[in-house]
Design a protein around this ligand. Structure first.
Ligand SMILES: Nc1ncnc2c1ncn2[C@@H]1O[C@H](COP(=O)(O)OP(=O)(O)OP(=O)(O)O)[C@@H](O)[C@H]1O
Ligand SMILES: [Mg+2]
Length: 204
């Protein structure tokens, strides 16, 4: 495996990657790069505060899959699905669901069970609202999955180094992303991503 990583199946994070996303298009590019790195199957838990860029990332991913429909977060349902691209895309958003973590977590397991073994990408906005709190979280954690945490840059440091490639240059208005693999499949995904990273995606 390149980058010195081993992708043995195990429950703890096996690989990680931190990126600076300078602007909207960088978040979309990360979505695109993720889609291109997936061969046939991926489960992605997408976390981050309100407005961090979660849906933007899903939109980039959908574009790269060749999905023709407009992708927005599901409003009245838990999940939207798209079948016009290279792989089916299941887009879940848990934000508007009740605060009862166990109920939502059961619901999530029931939804995922319907297609989990198929060729597809499942991406779950606000996954940590429920997967972390629920008492049956072991269902989710036994699945090989990639966690993507998006966040605002906490601190705007007056940058002495305004070089174009310096992270501090990009951190003034953008976002950051931390990707962590839980299992062999998602570890391989991160390795693939590292090989293809280019353009506006800068490694932190
Ligand atoms: N890397 C970035 N730098 C600056 N702005 C960004 C970046 N990525 C996305 N944005 C902008 O952030 C705003 C919120 O994006 P988006 O709706 O994707 O967030 P979200 O995490 O899905 O929000 P919500 O929590 O409401 O679901 C949009 O205006 C988008 O253009
Ligand atoms: Mg959203």
């Amino acid at each position: 495996m390149s980058n010195g990583e081993s992708c043995e199946p195990r429950a703890d994070a096996t690989a990680s990657l931190a990126l600076v996303l300078r602007d909207h298009s960088a978040t979309q590019s990360l979505g695109r790069a993720l889609a291109e790195a997936v061969t046939t199957h991926a489960i992605i838990a997408l976390n981050g505060p309100m407005g961090a860029g979660k849906t933007t990332l899903v939109q980039g991913l959908a574009l790269a899959l060749g999905i023709r429909e407009t992708v927005n977060s599901p409003t009245f349902t838990m999940m939207n699905e798209y079948h016009s691209g290279r792989l089916p895309l299941y887009h879940l958003d848990l934000y508007r669901l009740s605060e009862d973590a166990d109920t939502v977590s059961d619901l999530l397991a029931t939804e995922l069970d319907q297609f989990i073994d198929q060729k597809m990408i499942a991406i779950i906005e606000w996954a940590d609202l429920f997967t972390v709190k629920a008492s049956n979280r072991s269902y989710f954690y036994q699945l090989d999955h990639l966690v993507v945490n998006l966040d605002y840059v906490e601190e705007v440091k007056p940058s002495e180094d305004k070089e174009k490639n310096s992270p501090s240059f990009y951190m003034e208005n953008g976002r950051k992303a931390k990707l962590s693999a839980f299992g062999a499949e998602s570890c391989t995904l991160i390795s693939g991503l590292k090989r293809t990273l280019k353009g506006n995606l800068k490694i932190l």
